[in-house]
Structures are given as structure tokens and as C-alpha cells.
Design a protein around this ligand. Structure first.
Ligand SMILES: [Zn+2]
Length: 212
């Protein structure tokens, strides 16, 4: 079995279009290695590709994606920590200057958390993973009569803030942030409109990104 036809078509378009334009850059990146200054922590959602949203060229973004753009708190133990490993590499080896947590509207992971009432089973990976946003839900408080779509948007945004808090639990990263060597950012992509909101650390609110 070969690759899906869609991928072959896409690669062909890349090979004849973008590759010639970027060939020198690829060669240079291969020789010198990558040195992206920005790490993006995004969701697996197929509509929210950081490279597309930020019009990134090869070598510019160090991206880790997982369900609902989460970072588990620092927890040095003998289990497997994919996000922590990516973070360690980005901060320790690449020395990125910015870390952007990119959340988005209509996030299936956040919806799964908000709608899930059944107890977790040992094989319920999403349920367990999404329990990471429980502190964000607690911070929001009871739903009251907030319409479901509005509640989910608030939860998606509160979860971004919670993930930024979790990043501060990594001792080395925290020191770099305190010294001004690394800056954290929260962003939220609206999907339908393509609008990008950014978190204002002072007000704790998301607002439109300043664009030219
Ligand atoms: Zn998502």
C-alpha cells in the first residue's frame, strides 16, 4: 500500500512549488541545524495548523501538538512525558525565546471534558488527558445558565491560561522566564472567522491580535 493519493498530490505540489523556493533554506537548515526562536504548543485538530496560521517557513517554529494543547505540570517520575521532553529540548537545547500556547474554538478535547459524565476507565486516554483542564473548569466556576457554546469558549480560553500556569511549574523554564529570557504567550484561534485572539497578561482577557 502506498501513501494516500491526497498526500502524493500534496507532496507533488510542494516539490514543484514551495520546495524550489525554499531549497536554499532547507540546505542551510540541514547544514547548520535548526534554531527556531518560537515554540508553539497547539492542538492536534486538523483545522489549527500553527505553520499555516502563522505563515511559517521551514525552521521557524518548534511545534508540539496534542489533544487540546495541554502541558501536564512538571512531574519528574519514570513514566513517559512527551510534552515535557519537547519542552526540555526547546528550552535547553534550542533556547527558544517565546512559547505560545495556541488554543482554539470548537475544540473536541475540551468538549469531551465538558460533556463527559461517565467515570473514567483505565483505557480512556482522552478522559484522563483532559482531566488536566479540571483546574481551569474550577476557576470558571459553575456553568449557571451560560449557553453551552459560550461556556466551551470560556473553558477553552481558561484552559490556555491554566496551561501557561503549568509551564511555570518547570523549574528551569520558570527561572528563564523570571530572567526575561523566555516569554510565555496565550493565543486563541477562532476557526470559522480565522480571527486570532491573544491573552493580555494584565487583564487576563483575550483580545484581537494587533495586525498591520
Ligand atoms: Zn482542539
Amino acid at each position: 500500500m502506498g501513501l494516500p493519493a491526497r498526500l502524493i498530490e500534496g507532496y507533488d505540489a510542494f516539490r514543484t512549488g514551495r520546495l524550489p523556493a525554499e531549497q536554499n533554506r532547507y540546505r542551510e537548515l540541514a547544514e547548520r541545524g535548526q534554531s527556531p526562536e518560537i515554540m508553539v504548543i497547539g492542538c492536534c485538530d486538523s483545522r489549527v495548523s500553527p505553520e499555516v496560521i502563522f505563515d511559517a517557513r521551514p525552521g521557524e517554529l518548534f511545534v508540539v501538538r496534542n489533544v487540546a494543547n495541554l502541558v501536564p505540570p512538571y512531574s519528574p517520575d519514570d513514566t513517559y512525558h512527551g510534552v515535557s521532553a519537547a519542552l526540555e529540548f526547546a528550552v535547553g537545547a534550542l533556547r527558544v525565546k517565546h512559547i505560545v500556547v495556541l488554543g482554539h474554538a470548537l475544540c473536541g478535547g475540551v468538549r469531551a471534558f465538558a460533556e463527559e459524565s461517565a467515570p473514567l476507565s483505565p483505557g480512556d486516554f482522552i478522559g484522563k488527558w483532559m482531566s488536566l483542564i479540571a483546574p481551569a473548569a474550577e476557576r470558571l466556576g459553575p456553568r449557571g445558565d451560560v449557553p453551552p457554546a459560550d461556556y466551551l469558549a470560556r473553558l477553552e480560553q481558561a484552559s490556555i491560561a491554566n496551561t501557561l500556569d503549568n509551564l511555570l511549574t518547570f523549574p528551569r523554564l520558570r527561572r528563564l522566564i523570571e530572567r526575561g529570557r523566555v516569554t510565555l504567550h496565550g493565543a486563541y484561534f477562532a476557526v470559522a472567522t480565522g480571527e486570532l485572539l491573544v491573552l493580555d497578561p494584565q487583564s487576563g482577557q483575550f483580545g484581537p491580535v494587533p495586525t498591520g
